[in-house]
Every structure is written in structure tokens, then in C-alpha cells.
Design a protein around this ligand. Structure first.
Ligand SMILES: Nc1nc2c(c(=O)[nH]1)N[C@H]1C(S)=C(S)[C@@H](COP(=O)(O)OP(=O)(O)OC[C@H]3O[C@@H](n4cnc5c(=O)[nH]c(N)nc54)[C@H](O)[C@@H]3O)O[C@H]1N2
Ligand SMILES: Nc1nc2c(c(=O)[nH]1)N[C@H]1C(S)=C(S)[C@@H](COP(=O)(O)OP(=O)(O)OC[C@H]3O[C@@H](n4cnc5c(=O)[nH]c(N)nc54)[C@H](O)[C@@H]3O)O[C@H]1N2
Ligand code: SF4
Ligand SMILES: [Mo]
Length: 698
């Protein structure tokens, strides 16, 4: 038996794992035993990696499109032919429109240095990631309050005394270490409060569960701020030291009483008041999670802002057991990895999505993908003609896939780099098949944390099919595009390049797959914190937003409610699938082959719909059927589905035709986004639901 320390690839959490192999097979997969919070465990998806490995229903060789886009006629080609083809097309686009007309989007994370360097090397500023459809609002909210990014603080669940999950379903939308840490804390008496529109698994473990009217979270939070200030429950020392414009917050919150919020949210005033008092009792070891998938409403940014403000009032930001500031290698006296990105100057061209010049208040990094698509659609500010979707499936993860397909049809080149089939890969001109995570190794990655570390994904098995690792694909393209600095033929040289000057060698990873840069977790001195806002303080009135004439304290305005007979379409994750890319996994498909439509039992009864019955869901002339899940555990105004289902591809025999795709019910959704928070507003869509008549064919 051979032991290989590696990194799970079944979702973007990327848990550290230990793969045991025997005779070219995986004998066992488990959490890396050297990482205490993993406790040797994996989630169901992590454990199902073996099925991915053996799956024939994934791209197994490079493919070049033969028929029309999306028609599904492919020519299986060699890697040389595929890469030569991409080279030729890219060069033609660059010759005609300039390097800036090449765009690449990915899924973020710690392994992107080489492909981002490739894009920069050819001179394009148009790097985007998925985040406009995920956590951009949270990120921008945190920047506006503290000057820090979303990931510049940790959630110190292990030491927390009260955890609040609002629009965050930690026990189903999983990060194994977070789950284990929170479970441990709950065992030691930590309080858990859940604010959701339905009774998810997290709510079943909660001391307090608030099932509020969808889209009224902001009212709830303003009332909590009202009570914390009105009853002087906040951390006075901390507030005096760090918070700027506290008087403005006090004035703003004055009218937002719990009684007022009760009418908006449906949660009794006495419960809101009691909840605020409970929070103060556990302060500052409190985590009110600012949300993760918050691309839901056009004011979700302000919901996240209010959460960060509450955390600050409770003294939790920068505090053990709350949201302590994490450390970069530099902050613990070590040198960070050498970056391939730094080999090339940042392109001077303006970004096609307008971030950084049309929209100055956004963090430039990954831009905003939906605005990149707008540029593709309109040629404004300039044509974008080649697009590499690098581990990204926007046709599943963005609204209006049919319109998006039309937009992609304006491209001269669409390339998908992926290990599974996806709607986007199916619509591409070229599919470059990535080896599964068990069959490939990565560049060295760096994680900023209380105890920062470097880590690597190692190859546990040789690829079964004609697939390649990321670095092999990027090097192959770099070679053809004349970027010799990225042209490597072995991973050791890449890793040695990255590690140069850090005092760490490749051999140091042998023992556990990771190397810590500090001996223990390091918490900053809570009495000596510094924030990265223009004022250096926690800003109630944000200097950054002010500069763009954007209000920092948005008065509450109710969002439109669904008209009679319609429902707000809400969505989320389940524990056994990752987005859209595991439905066809043999083991996970068995666990959950299709999604269901959660519908409130009182409403269902009136409509004569019973549990398990197939119903029709419609919007703007589009109809799909799905099995009803009748439950009292969802607010009557909403219906809910797990995202990622409704696959149509003939190459996915299991997933095909099972369940419903939520993004098909978001007409006009590509234009629905928040110009302040930057993210999309996926939950501002209504659908109608009806019983299917006995003689009706659907
Ligand atoms: N198993 C699994 N785990 C995952 C993923 C996965 O695909 N599968 N994906 C990962 C990724 S990319 C992300 S972004 C995270 C997402 O992590 P989360 O954001 O925690 O996950 P979701 O399930 O999308 O949504 C959380 C909750 O928001 C609720 N909700 C919907 N509308 C409202 C509302 O108006 N108000 C309130 N208060 N609640 C509302 C939903 O009912 C749901 O319970 O999960 C990560 N972990
Ligand atoms: N309607 C609706 N839309 C949503 C959501 C929702 O709940 N409802 N959720 C949103 C959220 S939170 C997110 S994060 C996005 C997710 O959107 P995506 O990031 O597009 O989703 P994934 O399915 O995780 O990954 C996309 C593709 O990358 C491939 N892939 C996976 N791992 C790797 C890898 O390591 N390398 C490479 N090259 N390819 C890989 C997968 O096989 C898959 O085809 O969608 C968002 N869109
Ligand atoms: S949360 Fe599960 S699927 Fe995601 S990386 Fe960890 S073990 Fe793998
Ligand atoms: Mo996400």
C-alpha cells in the first residue's frame, strides 16, 4: 500500500486528504490525519472521488468540435492537435483584435498562478472568476467596512460561544474542517442560531431558528443593531477604539425597532430583542457569519454589511472565538511563494467588464463575469472574441443559459478546460480534459490562515485516460504562444521555482503534504488592530463608497413580493452534491438522483398538491416538471430547489433528464445585478406552480 498526501477535488473547499493506493487503485480515501480539524473524515462527495476516477462519462481525450456549437459532434484528437488548434485560433483573434480580446474565467482558489500568468503573459487584463455568482457581495461588503477582503478573517468556530448562520447552511454546504470545529464547539455549549427561509439541516441543530420572510434579512439585522445600540449592549471599549461614525449608525438605526421588523420579517419583536441580548452575553466570542452564496438580492451587499457591523459592535472582528485576522507568510516573518504572475507586467489595457475604471469601488482581482459577458454581447468597450472557461460552467451557474449561448456564439473561440462534462464544455469549440484530482499534481499553493501554510496536491494514480494536469496544459499552451517562462516539462522544477527563497524545499512536504509557516496559530493583539480602510478604522460611513457617491447606510425598502399564485424561486446546496458537476457521479447519483420542489404544506393543501406528486413549474412560457416536497419547513412565499440538476447532455446517462435547472427560470437575470455589491441577484424571480392534470402530457 502506498500513501499519498493530496487535496480533495470534489469541491472548491479542497480539504487535505490521504489517498492509499494499491496495485494502481485507490484502496482508501480519508482526511489528512495530520490535520486535527479534519479528524480523518471526508464528506460524502469527497468519499465518492473513486467513482469520478472510473467514470467513462467524462471527457477522456481532447476534443475538437465538428458540427455546430452545442450539437455534440466531436472529433477525438491528440493533445498536440488540440493545443495547435487553440494556438492558431488565439493568434488569429489576437492579430485581429489585440490580446485584450482574450478572456479567461475560472473558479478562484489557490492553484491559479500559472494560468493567470499565461493570460497576463499574452497581455490580456480579462481574468474573471465565478464570484459574481457567489460571494462578491460579501467580499465587497467587508472591504467597505474594514478594508479587508472576505478571506482576510477566519471563522474561529472552535472557540466561539455563539454562532449565527444567516443565509449560510454550514451542515449541508460543507467545509469539513468548519463543520468539525463547529460540532466540537456545540458540544462544549456554543449557542447556534439560524436565520433562514426554510428548515435546513443546520436549523435542526440550532438553539434558535428564525424562519423569516424571504428577502427581509436586512430588516431583521437593522432591528438587532437597534437593540444593541438602544440597550447599550455593544462592546464600548472596542467601539470607541475602532469604530468611526458610531453616532451616524445610532441615528440611522433609531427607527428600526424590533416591532417594526416584526411586521416585515414575520419574526416576533420579543424574539429579536431576546436574540440581541443573547448575542451580547457571548460577546466577543461571537461569529455572525456574513454569508457565502449571497448573489441573491440586489441589496444582499447591505445585508452582509449589516452583519459585519454587528460583528464589530460585539467586538468580534479581530478576536479569538470570533473573526480573527489571518496571517500572510510575511506577517509571520516568512517569505511567500514566488509567483509566475510576477514574471509579466500587469496589462495596461482597461478591463472589458469596466471594473477599475467604469466601476471604481470594486476590487479589481477577478472582476465581474456577467459584465464580461455584456462586453461579449455588445463589443463595448471592445470586442472579446476568445474565451477560456477554465474549470467554470457558466451555462449552469448563470441565469438565462440560452441567451448566454447566443453570446458565446459571437466568439471566434470557446475553450473548456474541465474534468467532467458540463453545458459549457458541450458548447465549446475545444475541450481540454483535465485529469481528475487523484490523477494529477498541482503547483505549490499557499494558504493565509491563523497558522499560514504551503501545501501541494500530489498525484495518487496515473491518468486512466488521455487527460492532463493543469500545469501540463498551461505549459503546452505557453510553449506555443512563446511564453517560455511557463514552459516546463516537470512539476519539480515548477515547485522549486515557486519555493526559491522561502527556506522550504520539496522534501519538506513529504511528511504530510503541507508545511506550516508558524509553529502555532497566531492571534493578533485585539487591543492593537489595524484596518485597511481609508481612515484605518472600521467605517460605518465608508470612505470608499463615499468616493463613488454610494450610500453606506441604505434605508430599508421592502422588495417586491410574488404576485398571487406565484412563488419566489429560492435555491441552495445539499450535502451530497457539488454544484452541477457531481449529479452524474455514480455513487452520489445513487444518494440523490434528482432535486425536488420544497413547497409549504399549507399552500400545497390549498392547491391540492400532495407530497411526492409531480408538478409543473413555469415562468415566462417555460415549463418544467419536478416532484413536490410538501413541508411545513419552508416559508409560504417561497419554493426551493437544490441547484445543479436538470442536465440535458446525452453523454451523462444518469443525470440526464433528472430534476429541474433553477437558472432556466430567471428570465432577464443576466441584467439583474447589484451595482454596489457587484454580484448577481438570482432570487428576484417568481415562478408559478401548478398541479398536472391526469390527462396532461408534460
Ligand atoms: N455539499 C456542498 N457543499 C458546498 C457546495 C456544494 O455545492 N455542495 N458549494 C460550496 C460553495 S461554492 C458555496 S458558495 C457554499 C454555499 O454555502 P451557503 O451559502 O451556506 O449555501 P446555500 O445552500 O446556497 O444557502 C444557504 C441557505 O440560504 C437560505 N436562503 C435562501 N434565501 C434566503 C433568504 O432570503 N434569507 C435567508 N436568511 N436565507 C435564505 C437557503 O435556504 C439555504 O439554507 O457552499 C460550499 N459548500
Ligand atoms: N441558479 C443558481 N446559480 C448558481 C448557484 C445556485 O445555487 N443557483 N450557485 C452559484 C455558486 S455559489 C457558484 S460557486 C457557482 C459555481 O459555478 P461553477 O464554478 O461553474 O461550478 P462547478 O460545478 O463547481 O465547476 C464548474 C466546472 O468545472 C469543472 N471542474 C471542477 N473541478 C475542477 C478543477 O479542479 N479543474 C478544472 N479545470 N475543472 C474543474 C467541473 O467539472 C465543472 O464542469 O455557481 C453559481 N450559480
Ligand atoms: S468538503 Fe467534501 S468534497 Fe469538498 S473538498 Fe472537503 S471532502 Fe472534498
Ligand atoms: Mo459558491
Amino acid at each position: 500500500m502506498e500513501s499519498v498526501y493530496s487535496i480533495c477535488g470534489m469541491c472548491t473547499v479542497r480539504c487535505p486528504i490521504l489517498a492509499q493506493t494499491k496495485n494502481g487503485r485507490i484502496a482508501e480515501l480519508r482526511g489528512n490525519p495530520h490535520v486535527p480539524a479534519m479528524a480523518g473524515s471526508l464528506c460524502a462527495r469527497g468519499a465518492a472521488g473513486t467513482a469520478l476516477l472510473n467514470d467513462k462519462e467524462r471527457p477522456r481525450t481532447p476534443l475538437i468540435r465538428e458540427g455546430a456549437r452545442g450539437e455534440g459532434r466531436w472529433r477525438s484528437v491528440s493533445w498536440d492537435e488540440a493545443l495547435d488548434y487553440v494556438e492558431k485560433k488565439l493568434k488569429a483573434v489576437m492579430d485581429q483584435y489585440g490580446p485584450k480580446s482574450v478572456a479567461l474565467s475560472d473558479r478562484g482558489g489557490p492553484f491559479r498562478d500559472m494560468h493567470r500568468a499565461l493570460l497576463r503573459g499574452i497581455g490580456s487584463p480579462n481574468y474573471c472568476n465565478h464570484d459574481a455568482s457567489c460571494a462578491r457581495n460579501v467580499h465587497h461588503a467587508h472591504i467597505s467596512v474594514t478594508g479587508l477582503g472576505r478571506k482576510d478573517v477566519a471563522y474561529d468556530f472552535a472557540n466561539a460561544r455563539h454562532v449565527v448562520l444567516q443565509m449560510r447552511n454550514i451542515f449541508e454546504s460543507i467545509d469539513v474542517q468548519e463543520v468539525n470545529n463547529l460540532m466540537g464547539a456545540l458540544d462544549r455549549g456554543c449557542r447556534l442560531s439560524v436565520i433562514d427561509i426554510r428548515s435546513n439541516v443546520s436549523s435542526t441543530k440550532a438553539d434558535d431558528f428564525f424562519m423569516l420572510k424571504p428577502g427581509t434579512d436586512y430588516a431583521f439585522n437593522l432591528a438587532v443593531i437597534h437593540v444593541l445600540i438602544g440597550e447599550r449592549l455593544y462592546d464600548e471599549d472596542y467601539v470607541n477604539r475602532y469604530i468611526k461614525d458610531m453616532d451616524k449608525l445610532e441615528g440611522f438605526a433609531a427607527d428600526y425597532t424590533p416591532e417594526w421588523a416584526a411586521a416585515e420579517t414575520g419574526i416576533e419583536a420579543v424574539r429579536i430583542r431576546d436574540f440581541a441580548r443573547q448575542l451580547a452575553k457571548s460577546a466577543p466570542s461571537v461569529i455572525w457569519h456574513p454569508g457565502w452564496m449571497t448573489a441573491r438580492y440586489r441589496h444582499s451587499f447591505y445585508v452582509s454589511r449589516s452583519i459585519y457591523i454587528i460583528n464589530a459592535l460585539l467586538g468580534a472582528i479581530g478576536t479569538k472565538g470570533g473573526l480573527p485576522l489571518i496571517n500572510t507568510p510575511g506577517e509571520v516573518g516568512r517569505k511567500g511563494l514566488r509567483k509566475f504572475m510576477d514574471l509579466y507586467p500587469a496589462p495596461e489595457e482597461k478591463r472589458a467588464d469596466g471594473v477599475g475604471w467604469r466601476y471604481e469601488h470594486f476590487d479589481k482581482g477577478p472582476g465581474l463575469t456577467h459584465l464580461l459577458y455584456k462586453a461579449m454581447e455588445t463589443d463595448d468597450p471592445y470586442p472579446v472574441k476568445a474565451y477560456i472557461a477554465y474549470r467554470h460552467d457558466p451555462l449552469m451557474g448563470f441565469p438565462e443559459p440560452d441567451r448566454l449561448r447566443e453570446i458565446y456564439n459571437r466568439l471566434d473561440l470557446l475553450v473548456a478546460v474541465t474534468f467532467s462534462w458540463s453545458d459549457t464544455a458541450w458548447h465549446a469549440d475545444v475541450v481540454l480534459p483535465l485529469s481528475t484530482y487523484l490523477e494529477r499534481e498541482s503547483v505549490v499553493a499557499s494558504k493565509n490562515a491563523l497558522q499560514p501554510y504551503f501545501f501541494v496536491r500530489n498525484r495518487a494514480l496515473e491518468p486512466r485516460y488521455d487527460t492532463r494536469a493543469d500545469w501540463e496544459i498551461v505549459a503546452g499552451l505557453a510553449r506555443r504562444l512563446g511564453l517560455k517562462e511557463l514552459d516546463y516539462d516537470n512539476i519539480e522544477s515548477i515547485r522549486n521555482y515557486q519555493l526559491e527563497g522561502t527556506g522550504i524545499t520539496l522534501g519538506d512536504f513529504a511528511q504530510s503534504g503541507m508545511v506550516h509557516l508558524a509553529d502555532t496559530p497566531i492571534y493578533r493583539d485585539r487591543n492593537n488592530l489595524s484596518f485597511k480602510t481609508p481612515s484605518g478604522k472600521i467605517e460605518i460611513i465608508s470612505g470608499l463608497l463615499d468616493k463613488s457617491n454610494i450610500p453606506s447606510l441604505l434605508p430599508y425598502k421592502p422588495i417586491p413580493v410574488p404576485p398571487e399564485g406565484m412563488f419566489r424561486l429560492t435555491f441552495g446546496r445539499c450535502a451530497v452534491h457539488t454544484q452541477g458537476h457531481t449529479v452524474n457521479n455514480e455513487l452520489l447519483f445513487e444518494q440523490m438522483p434528482e432535486n425536488t420542489l420544497w413547497i409549504n404544506s399549507g399552500v400545497a393543501e390549498k392547491m391540492g398538491i400532495s407530497d411526492g406528486e409531480r408538478v409543473a413549474v413555469s415562468q415566462n412560457g417555460y415549463t418544467e416538471t419536478i416532484m413536490a416536497q410538501v413541508t411545513e419547513g419552508i416559508h409560504p412565499e417561497a419554493v426551493f430547489v437544490v441547484h445543479g440538476f436538470g442536465h440535458r447532455l446525452p453523454v451523462e446517462s444518469r443525470a440526464r433528464g433528472m430534476g429541474l435547472a433553477d437558472n432556466m427560470f430567471m428570465k432577464g437575470g443576466l441584467d439583474l445585478w447589484d451595482p454596489v455589491g457587484g454580484a448577481m441577484a438570482f432570487q428576484e424571480h417568481f415562478v408559478s406552480v401548478r398541479k398536472i392534470a391526469a390527462n396532461e402530457a408534460l
